[in-house]
Design a protein around this ligand. Structure first.
Ligand code: AHR
Length: 307
């Protein structure tokens, strides 16, 4: 995994600048690129030295990066866990070293919540519920079966688990909604396209695609078009994130609805870093504000999209 430092000298150096070790998931999506940019810029603005590591979507790389940060005696560690499970050992190592940990964007399933100080990010279950609510409204008053295919995010990740669960919880109340296929597309465009191609081969009656992120939806749209169908019309498309490319696709009527997931966490993260480093108390959970956007709002919203 690539590790780099931006900003001034850190702990142990004469100027006493705060040092933040940040272990990022990777660069799998437009959302992630925007998230990384936000963290880097906010660290610069806040005068915090950032040691940045890109785990290339591999948990073992993230664990290695966290261990390196512990050895380097950074002041605070923040990371966006690739998957939810398997963090206790390394988090205990950070705790024993006296280094506070902040979870950003994705949660862990550790029972011992003293292993991290706070979580900053989205309510992924709510995002899944919003996707389901849009579908319920779209098919209100109809009784014909609605066949849904689902492109899941990275297996075992919090957004994949929660977006799946939130959506299922809302649509399960009406038996006309049937998830006929559900598979991971690993949050990438290439995988989204590949898996959608397979879905289209094995199901000729798909009404709706629910993609756990925009990149997979955009890849799937290519597959739908190559199969001679109209995305947004023949197959309705529900997506999550709200990157600019998805708004363009929504303006072009290829995506029907986007549930926003906000990656611009940098400034809030730096505030939390300063507070935990100073020993101040912080809320256990800090959630970001998010909306839901439909085709009729896409053109007006596009110029204001920040990512
Ligand atoms: O954890 C947030 C998710 O990770 C975003 O929805 C997805 O695009 C990213 O890769």
């Amino acid at each position: 995994a690539a590790t780099g430092t931006t900003g001034g000298p850190g702990k142990g150096s004469s100027d006493g600048t705060l040092v933040l070790g940040f272990a990022q998931v990777g660069a799998e999506s437009g959302w992630r690129t925007a998230n990384t940019k936000s963290v880097r810029e906010a660290a610069g603005k806040a005068g915090i030295t950032l040691k940045f590591s890109d785990a290339q979507q591999k948990q073992e790389n993230q664990i290695k990066a966290i261990r390196t940060f512990i050895q380097q005696k950074v002041d605070v560690i923040a990371f966006s866990p690739v998957v939810e499970s398997g963090w206790d050992t390394v988090l205990k190592e950070a705790k024993n070293a006296g280094i506070p940990v902040i979870l950003t964007d994705r949660a862990v399933d550790s029972q011992d919540t003293s292993l991290y100080r706070t979580f900053l990010g989205s309510d992924f279950v709510k995002e899944g519920q919003e996707a389901g609510k849009w579908l319920l409204k779209e098919y209100e008053g109809t009784s014909a079966p609605v066949n849904i295919v689902e492109l899941q995010g990275t297996t075992g990740s919090a957004p994949a688990n929660d977006r799946k669960a939130g959506f299922a919880e809302v649509v399960k109340g009406d038996p006309k909604f049937k998830v006929v296929a559900s598979q991971t597309g690993d949050f990438t465009r290439a995988k989204g396209k590949e898996v959608m191609q397979a879905f289209l081969k094995s199901h000729d009656d798909i009404d709706v695609l629910y993609a756990h992120n925009d990149d997979m939806a955009l890849g799937a749209i290519q597959a739908i078009e190559e199969a001679g169908k109209k995305p947004g019309t023949d197959i309705k498309v529900i997506s999550v994130d709200g990157i600019k490319d998805a708004f363009v696709a929504m303006k072009d009527k290829k995506i029907n609805v986007v549930v926003e997931c906000n990656p611009l966490l940098g400034d809030q993260l730096m505030d939390l870093v300063k507070k935990v480093a100073a020993g101040e108390s912080v809320p256990r959970r800090v959630e970001v504000q998010e909306g839901v956007f439909t085709q009729d709002q896409a053109a007006a919203a596009l110029p204001n999209r920040q990512y």
